[in-house]
Design a protein around this ligand. Structure first.
Ligand SMILES: [Zn+2]
Length: 123
């Protein structure tokens, strides 16, 4: 199956396999490891970590047109990347996740579902 985002067969079992495009998710995760604009949570203490990147255009990685992103990593190492059209949208999503985490609502499945849905609005 050819991925509509990267144009290759990027689907394989990996820590990125919950994403609609694994190549894009991996490229953005790579950017996140160099530093995020904001981050919250901890994989070991909270079971989930969130990172925010407001401007992906600064980086060398091909992120297939993504402008901004929120990255979520869970205690099992699975990484879900939600991409956004603007820094404002990404920041709002990040803050919502940070509030959920602060309130103790860090239900992984709920978060994952929400992020999966939001991924579909990119293009
Ligand atoms: Zn792909």
């Amino acid at each position: 199956m050819i991925c509509e985002i990267c144009g290759t067969n990027c689907s394989k079992p990996s820590k990125f396999d919950s994403n609609s495009c694994q190549k894009r998710a991996e490229a953005i995760y790579d950017v996140a490891r160099d530093g995020c604009d904001a981050e919250t949570g901890s994989v070991t203490e909270d079971g989930v970590w969130f990172g925010l990147i407001n401007d992906l255009s600064d980086h060398e990685n091909d992120v297939y047109g993504a402008k901004a992103a929120v990255i979520m990593e869970d205690s099992e190492g699975a990484v879900t990347v939600a991409v956004y059209e603007s820094a404002e949208e990404a920041t709002a999503a990040f803050e919502e996740s940070a509030e959920d985490l602060a309130d103790g609502n860090e239900n992984d499945l709920k978060l994952e579902r929400r992020y999966d849905n939001e991924q579909e609005i990119d293009a």
